[in-house]
Write a protein that binds this ligand. Structure first.
Ligand code: X8Z
Ligand code: ZN
Length: 614
């Protein structure tokens, strides 16, 4: 399966619903409850059922993955229909198995069988109602929304058709208020036709979730974290609270700099920032406007995009370079088929889903990435991100089917990013990309660039699912979709729609993961976790310097420790996996705080006398 975003209807093998510390037979808040049974089935029957369900799921997954691969890399009516057919088949089967699994709710089984049953019950991202016509309708909508996103185009005033990649490049480099606005509006308007399909999809998926015993699809998603669903939501609030001061300081400084650039009439200093000025279509990472906020006297004086160009890196060499980091840790090289079957660049003659993803087609050796690589530093980081998925997938392939996943979905998203945190100036010099490592006086510049990507992302990582949870629960009705989206964008990110929007717009749909039904909280988790992983690995690698200068390149000790966590897959609660690497079972924002501590001081100094907030 592909893990960077889940196969559309399934998210097989995400963390289970039972509390790690609860007795195995006690259902957590949102787990389905078995209908009253005359006689509880035996533990042996439960085991036999798990074996049967694993084998059935394994076969169906392989078919779905193949159908989805071609539907993603060659968008036509036919591949869309094939994807819908196979997803329907898989969904029907998993819904039936999940219902059957509930028969064993009161059976005394060993902890491992219980965990696999729980994984199965939570395997679907969107559950379908048992009614086969509704399953078919849902599968059709899912495939259609995915294809619509992939085909999205904007035709500019001169009649030129632009796809997302091209528009994103303009957003990244343009410093014209109006040109960025044109791109922003052009892309966001492509999502409007998705709305009626999305509304119907919410109804159908909720019906399916209810039949499985969850109040709605959002509640089902929140149940996948080895803890009570409400406790998980509270945990997110706690982590956000810990990093919010850092985000607010960054926001304040960036807004001031944008005010200097575009004028305070366009960027008022007491209001949210217009969402199109931050160098990214969704204002989710801001690294592309580094030049506007680069600290005086501490600019490191290089940028990775330019280094790649200077040394003649093409797309393939970029991927080889990223693979080289993993092999330096002791991981085996990627299989030959990775190089022949992956999609590295955008085909020029057909529509594809360009959004980057990593695939494991057969849980054996058929690993691939699917990207439309641009030769930029930003994409170099994305390649590391994707390979992190592939190396994780390979590490847990020996686990039973229902454990062939990360400890929780945030772990999957964090591994490649953790490696990319080691792409420091020292490392770039070691691989011959950079001539000279800047001295420590340039650290604030490096930290600023990193914060524009990592710290700026945090509120966005949180709000996408806050919106979906409200939509799934019915708290937000279809006629309030867009208003609710912008309320959250303002509340968490402090950005605002740059032009008036209405309920005829569907701005959430302009973000890949909404039409693709990929849960998004995983990325928020990953942005906290990757700093914890980095810190632990740096200690293991015995890198004594400041954490932001540490690179674990070539450390076999770090590789061994990382692999020990990866090969656990989802076999144990994520807290156990976290403790395996870091020694502690808790998510902890102190690592990201420590990493950016020097920048926080710099920002506080810069923000003196400014009125922060919005
Ligand atoms: O979707 C992705 C990856 C694939 S799992 C490229 N990411 C999120 C996004 O692009 O919105 C990585 C970080 C956030
Ligand atoms: Zn990913």
């Amino acid at each position: 399966m592909k893990t960077s975003f889940q196969p559309t209807l399934i998210a097989v093998l995400v963390a289970g619903a039972l509390l790690g510390c609860q007795p195995a037979s006690k259902p957590a808040a949102d787990t389905p409850v078995a209908p009253a049974q005359a006689a509880a089935p035996t533990a042996e029957e439960a085991k036999a059922f798990v074996a049967k369900a694993s084998e059935q799921t394994r076969q169906l997954l392989l078919e779905v993955n193949r159908a989805d691969w071609i539907a993603n890399t060659y968008i036509t009516e036919d591949t869309e229909a094939l994807s819908a057919d196979y997803n329907k088949k898989l969904t029907e089967a998993v819904v039936a198995l999940a219902n059957e699994a509930a028969r064993f709710n009161d059976t005394q089984v060993d902890a491992d069988t219980r965990r696999q049953l729980d994984k199965l019950k939570l395997a679907l991202t969107l559950a379908a109602p048992k009614d086969p016509t509704k399953t078919e309708e849902l599968a059709g909508i899912v495939a259609k929304l995915n294809a619509m996103y992939g085909k999205g185009k904007y035709t500019n005033a001169a009649g030129k058709e632009m796809a997302l990649g091209e528009m994103s490049a303009v957003m990244a480099s343009s410093r014209s208020y109006d040109e960025q606005l044109e791109m922003w509006k052009g892309w966001h308007d492509t999502a409007a036709p998705m709305k009626p399909l999305y509304v119907r999809q919410v109804e159908l998926a909720n019906e399916g979730a209810k039949e499985l015993g969850y109040t709605d699809t959002g509640a089902m998603w929140r149940s996948k974290y080895d803890m009570d669903a409400d406790a998980f939501a509270a945990e997110l609030d706690k982590q956000w609270g810990a990093v919010k001061p850092l985000y607010q300081a960054l926001h304040c400084h960036v807004r001031a700099k944008l005010g200097e650039k575009y004028g305070t009439d366009k960027v008022p200093q007491d209001k949210p920032i217009p969402a199109h000025l931050l160098g990214n279509m969704w204002a989710q990472t801001w690294g592309n406007i580094y030049d506007l906020v680069a600290p005086e006297n501490s600019d490191p004086g290089y940028d990775v995009t330019k280094l790649l160009a200077d040394k003649g890196y093409d797309e393939l060499k970029m991927v080889k370079g990223a693979e080289g980091f993993f092999t330096s840790l002791g991981f085996a090289p990627l299989p030959e088929t990775f190089w022949t079957r992956s999609q590295f660049t955008k085909p020029r003659d057909r529509d594809v889903i360009c959004h980057a993803s990593a695939w494991d087609l057969d849980a054996k050796d058929d690993l691939r990435i699917k990207m439309c690589i641009e030769k930029t530093g930003e994409e170099f980081a994305v390649i590391h991100h994707e390979l992190g998925h592939n190396f994780y997938q390979r590490a847990y392939k020996h686990q039973p089917v229902f454990y062939q996943d990360s400890a929780n979905d945030g772990f999957h998203e964090a591994i490649g990013d953790t490696i990319a945190l080691s792409v420091t100036p020292k490392y770039l010099q070691q691989i011959g990309l950079l001539e000279q490592v800047p001295d420590e006086s340039k650290d604030i510049g490096l930290l600023m660039k990193m914060a524009l990507d990592k710290v700026a992302f945090l509120p966005f990582g949180l709000l996408v699912d806050q919106w979906r949870w409200q939509v799934f629960s019915g708290q937000v009705k279809p006629e309030q979709y867009n208003e609710a989206w912008w309320k959250l964008r303002e509340k968490y990110q402090g950005v605002s729609a740059p032009v008036a929007r209405s309920e005829a717009d569907f701005d959430a749909g302009a973000k890949f993961h909404v039409p693709a039904n990929t849960p998004y909280t995983r990325y928020f988790l990953a942005h906290i976790l990757q700093f914890q992983f980095h810190k632990a690995l740096c200690e293991i690698a015995k890198d004594a310097g400041p954490i932001h200068r540490c690179s674990i390149y070539n450390s076999k000790e770090a590789g061994t420790a990382l692999n020990a966590m990866l090969e656990m897959g989802a076999s144990k609660p994520w807290q156990d996996a976290l403790a395996t690497l870091t020694g502690k079972p808790d998510m902890d924002a102190s690592a990201i705080q420590a990493y950016f501590a020097p920048l926080q001081s710099y920002l506080d100094e810069q923000n003196k006398g400014r009125q922060c907030g919005w």
